[in-house]
Design a protein around this ligand. Structure first.
Ligand SMILES: Nc1ncnc2c1ncn2[C@@H]1O[C@H](COP(=O)(O)OP(=O)(O)OP(=O)(O)O)[C@@H](O)[C@H]1O
Ligand SMILES: [Mg+2]
Length: 367
C-alpha cells in the first residue's frame, strides 16, 4: 500500500498541496508553522477519517473555509492503483469515494490504508490512559485477524444493552439471561484474539526495543479486562450490585489493557521520558513489522507518519529509528525543521524523496 499522489485543499494552512510522494522514505522539511504536521494530519484523515491531533473538525478546516478536500491515488496491497477522494464539511457532512464508489464505513478505509503515527512530542503509550493502549492493541488485532471487527462490534452492542438496563434499573434475571451468555461467549473470543496478538507482537517489540535502548527487566502483560482465574459470568454475577450502583459494567473486554512493569512496578514510574518514548516507538515499529508478516507474502504494509523526529530524539536514537523504519520497506513520511539533521540520520545510500514546505505550499526539493 502506498500513496502515489496527494492533493489537499482547505486543510489548516494547506491551500493547494499537490505532491507525488516516493514509495519509500519521504522527508518533509520546513520552518515552524509551515504545515508539516498538517500534512501528516491530512494523510491520517484520508486513511482513517479522523485526525490524530483533534476531534474537532472545525479546527482542521482552514479558517474561513466551509470544507476540506483530499484526493489521493493509492496503490493497494494487491498492487491495484485506485483513486480515493474525501470531502469533510464544517456542518458535519462528509463524503468518501474509493474507486468511484461511496464508502459508508471508515473500517473499510482503515483496512485498506493501515497507518501508524509516531509523534514523539505526544503522550507515550505507557503513561496514556488504558483506552489509548486498548486502541493500540485493537488496531493490531483488527489487522491481524479478520474475525476481530465483527466480534468487537457485537461486544459493543451487548455491553450497551447491559449498561442501559443497569442505568434504567430494569436489570433482572430474565433480562440478564437475554444478553449475558452472548457477552460471555463474544468476550471469550475477543480475549483469545487479543491474547494471540500480544503473543505474536511481544518478541518483535522486545527485539526492536533492544536495538534502541537496554531495559532488561521490562515486562509486558496483557490484561483481558477481568480476573484471569474466573469466568466472565462469575465476575458479572459478583459485581452486579456494584454495577447497578454505578450504572455501568465494570469488568469485561471493554477494560482490556497492556500493562508494562519493571520488577512488578508500573514502568511509567521508573523510566525516563526518553525511555518511555523509545518504548512507544518500538511498539509502533513492531506493529508495522507484524502487519507486514501477517498477510501472505508481507503484502500488507503500513504507512508511517513520523512527526518531528529530530526534535525529540538524540542523534544515536534517531539513526536507529530511521534504520528500523527503512527495514520495514514501507512508505514513510517524516517531518523536520532542519533537513540536514534528518537526511543524515538515514544509512548512507538510502533513497530519499525530499519535499520543502513553506506557508502551506509544498514542493519537491532535489537540492
Ligand atoms: N484551521 C486552520 N486554518 C488555518 N490555519 C491553521 C488552522 N489550524 C492551524 N493553522 C495554522 O497552520 C500552520 C501550520 O501548522 P502546523 O502545525 O502544521 O505547522 P508545523 O510545520 O508542523 O510547525 P512546527 O514545526 O512548529 O511543528 C500554523 O501557522 C497554524 O497556526
Ligand atoms: Mg509540527
Amino acid at each position: 500500500m502506498a500513496i502515489e499522489q496527494l492533493t489537499v485543499q482547505g486543510l489548516r494552512n494547506l491551500q493547494a498541496v499537490d505532491m507525488q510522494p516516493g514509495t519509500g522514505i519521504n522527508l518533509v522539511c520546513g520552518p515552524n508553522a509551515s504545515g508539516k504536521t498538517s500534512l501528516l494530519e491530512a494523510l491520517h484523515l484520508l486513511a482513517l477519517g479522523r485526525s490524530f491531533r483533534t476531534q474537532k473538525l472545525a479546527s482542521i478546516i482552514s479558517s474561513g473555509g466551509e470544507s476540506c478536500q483530499l484526493f489521493a491515488r493509492i496503490t493497494t496491497a494487491g498492487g491495484a492503483s485506485m483513486p480515493l477522494g474525501m470531502c469533510r464539511r464544517l456542518d458535519g457532512d462528509h463524503e468518501t469515494r474509493l474507486n468511484g464508489e461511496n464508502l459508508r464505513s471508515t473500517s473499510e478505509l482503515a483496512m485498506l490504508l493501515p497507518v501508524q503515527v509516531i509523534a514523539p512530542s505526544g503522550v507515550g503509550l505507557l503513561e496514556a490512559s488504558p483506552g489509548v493502549r486498548r486502541q493500540f492493541l485493537d488496531w493490531g488485532v483488527f489487522h491481524f485477524d479478520e474475525r476481530f471487527y465483527g466480534l468487537w462490534k457485537q461486544a459493543q452492542r451487548l455491553l450497551k444493552q447491559r449498561n442501559s438496563a443497569l442505568k434504567c434499573g430494569t436489570i433482572d434475571a430474565s433480562v440478564r439471561a437475554s444478553f449475558e451468555p452472548g457477552m460471555v461467549q463474544v468476550s471469550g473470543q475477543l480475549d483469545e484474539l487479543r491474547s494471540a496478538y500480544i503473543e505474536a507482537l511481544e518478541p518483535l517489540f522486545l527485539a526492536s526495543l533492544k536495538r534502541l535502548v537496554e531495559i532488561p527487566d521490562l515486562h509486558l502483560a496483557y490484561y483481558r479486562g477481568w480476573n484471569r482465574d474466573k469466568g466472565l459470568q462469575q465476575v458479572l454475577d459478583e459485581t452486579l450490585a456494584r454495577d447497578q450502583a454505578l450504572g455501568y459494567t465494570q469488568r469485561g473486554p471493554q477494560r482490556a489493557d497492556i500493562r508494562f512493569t519493571i520488577d512488578g512496578a508500573n514502568a511509567a514510574e521508573r523510566l525516563s521520558r526518553g525511555q518511555q518514548k523509545l518504548v512507544t516507538i518500538a511498539l509502533r515499529l513492531a506493529q508495522g513489522q507484524l502487519l507486514g508478516q501477517s498477510i501472505e507474502g508481507g503484502r500488507s504494509k503500513c504507512l508511517y507518519l513520523v512527526d518531528d523526529l529530530a526534535a525529540e530524539l538524540d542523534w544515536q536514537h534517531r539513526q536507529q529509528v530511521c534504520q528500523q523504519l527503512l527495514e520495514l520497506q514501507t512508505q514513510v513520511f517524516v517531518t523536520a525543521v532542519n533537513k540536514t539533521e534528518l537526511a543524515t540520520a538515514w544509512p548512507s545510500g538510502t533513497a530519499l524523496t525530499c519535499f520543502a514546505i513553506e506557508h502551506g505550499k509544498i514542493q519537491l526539493d532535489d537540492s
